[in-house]
Design a binder for this molecule. Sequence first.
Ligand SMILES: [Zn+2]
Ligand SMILES: [Zn+2]
Length: 114
Amino acid sequence: MGHAVMTHTQNQPTVIHLNRLPRTTQDAYEYLMDKADQAADRLDLHAYAERHNEAIQLLGICPPDGGELARCTCTNCYCEAVFDAAKARTHMNGTVEFVQCETCADEHRLTGDE
Ligand SMILES: [Zn+2]
Ligand SMILES: [Zn+2]
């Protein structure tokens, strides 16, 4: 019996910038996230997790511990970062929730009161 070997590399990125990906990949990601949102709306958490897992595979991003991705919707720089949802900083602007990635939150934190 051989000993266990990690077959996948550990150099997967923890942040992916959507705007640097091919258009078709961006579209596929949007499609999966739409499906995930629809699953969340009908409280189908299994389907929600599946769609996020597919998005993780699609992007080749390092799988977050919680298995959930967030997308930076920062209106200050439009960085289009996709990252671990556990690291998201959110704020409400009116009734709309905005998400900032760690970089944006550090560099230009928004609170919705601007
Ligand atoms: Zn950002
Ligand atoms: Zn930003």
